[in-house]
Every structure is written in structure tokens, then in C-alpha cells.
Design a protein. Structure first.
Length: 154
């Protein structure tokens, strides 16, 4: 059985922001027990958190054994023994690459065929956007080639 625990932007502000907080590390440890996937804040975006601390609690969620690392906010070694890890899912402002979106809108406005030329349009935009080029490099192996689950009866 899969359980999802989601913190919305409003909950995020209450739960783990300075002055109101329940430590993110306390949440990570407590929520590792009943869930398999947890939406976490990101190092960038709307629900941005300090990068090193974000990396620290992601390690606490994922890894079986976490060494003390004060630079990531981990003040004591944690051995989870046989307790399974949790899949941290980045959320909170991780959105489509704006450069890619703008390149496609520009191409559409120029009358280009996005279905036929889409990959080339993105490759052209990669030439002047190192961030988009990096994202394309990371995601190049991903294929969304699967049949629809919900189809109409004919």
C-alpha cells in the first residue's frame, strides 16, 4: 500500500519556517515510518529551502545509514537498520523550464510546426541557455512511450 504525505505551501510556512517550526529533520524521521513517498521542498523554487539542509533531510529520508554531517544539519549518526527508505519527491516550485517554454511559444508565433520541429526548437534554445542544456542532458534518456490507461470504448 502506498501512502502519500503532502505539505502545501501554507503548511510549509507553518511547519518548517523559522519562528513557527517543527524541524524538517524531525518531520523527515517521523514521516519515514508510515510513508513511501514524501513531497519535499527544493533547493530552488517557490518552497525554497537552504540547499545544504535540504540535501541533509533528503539523505535522512533515502539512506539506510547517515553519518553525522553538521554542514547538512545532521547532528548525529542515524542507522535505520531495516526500516525502508522513503522516496523524496521534489516539489514546491519545480516547474517547466521557462526558456524551453518561451522558445516554443516564439516558434509557434513564427508559424513553426511544434509537433514536427519541437526537438530542434529545444536544441536551438540549448545553444544560448546552459540551464536548459543541462536539463536536456539529465532528461535525455526519459521516454514517455506508453499506452493510455483510460481509453474510449469504440
Amino acid at each position: 500500500m502506498v501512502y502519500f504525505f503532502t505539505t502545501t505551501a501554507a503548511m510549509h510556512a507553518v511547519i518548517d519556517r523559522r519562528g513557527f517550526m517543527v524541524s524538517t529533520f524531525v518531520l523527515a524521521k517521523a514521516l519515514r515510518l508510515p510513508v513511501e513517498i514524501i513531497f519535499t521542498r527544493t533547493a530552488v523554487g517557490k518552497l525554497e529551502g537552504e540547499r545544504d539542509i535540504t540535501l541533509g533531510f533528503v539523505d535522512l529520508l533515502r539512506d539506510d545509514f547517515v553519518e553525522q554531517d553538521r554542514s547538512h544539519g545532521i547532528y548525529c549518526t542515524q542507522d535505520w537498520v531495516s526500516l525502508p527508505g522513503v522516496l523524496p519527491m521534489a516539489s514546491g516550485g519545480v516547474v517547466a523550464n521557462r526558456v524551453a517554454l518561451e522558445a516554443c511559444v516564439k516558434a509557434r508565433n513564427e508559424g513553426r510546426d511544434l509537433a514536427r520541429e519541437g526537438n530542434e526548437i529545444i536544441r536551438e534554445a540549448c545553444k544560448w541557455s546552459p540551464e536548459l542544456a543541462s536539463a536536456c542532458e539529465v532528461w535525455k534518456e526519459i521516454v514517455f512511450g506508453f499506452a493510455a490507461v483510460d481509453i474510449l470504448d469504440k
